[in-house]
Design a protein around this ligand. Structure first.
Ligand SMILES: [Zn+2]
Length: 127
């Protein structure tokens, strides 16, 4: 919800949230966020991939699934999260975009290109 920029002050369309919903695949389950009248830009989709690498995005138009795809986490992440090291050059007001290399995917771990620090809490450091 934070990535999608939705909070109690700016809700202007119908939002449904389902937690622990049976997925129809055996005894698997999923969580769902459904927002009406909203298309996602690529930065938003990339941020979702950072914290939910198995997420699926479905675009529904006129009650039918118009598009459906899995998010994809690239090997390099640029400008989506800040480095957690306050002394990193990316946090010093220099014109340097934060850049990370994906060093693990389950769970997702990012290493700063500039100071080598592993970003511990990705969701709290999203830009
Ligand atoms: Zn850094």
């Amino acid at each position: 919800m934070k990535i999608l920029g939705v909070n109690e002050y700016n809700i202007d369309s119908c939002i449904s949230i389902g937690i622990h919903v049976p997925s129809g695949k055996g005894d698997a389950w999923k969580d769902i966020i459904k927002i009406e009248d909203r298309e996602l830009d690529s930065d938003t989709v990339d941020k979702i991939a950072l914290i939910a690498p198995d997420a699926t995005i479905s675009i529904i138009r006129d009650y039918y699934i118009a598009d459906k795809y899995k998010v994809r986490l690239d090997d390099h992440v640029v400008g989506l999260a800040r480095c957690s090291n306050p002394n990193c050059i990316t946090n010093k007001g220099e014109p340097v975009a934060p850049e990370f290399t994906v060093v693990s995917r389950k769970p997702t771990q990012l290493r700063c290109r500039y100071c080598d620090r592993i970003l511990m809490n990705i969701s709290d450091n999203l830009l």
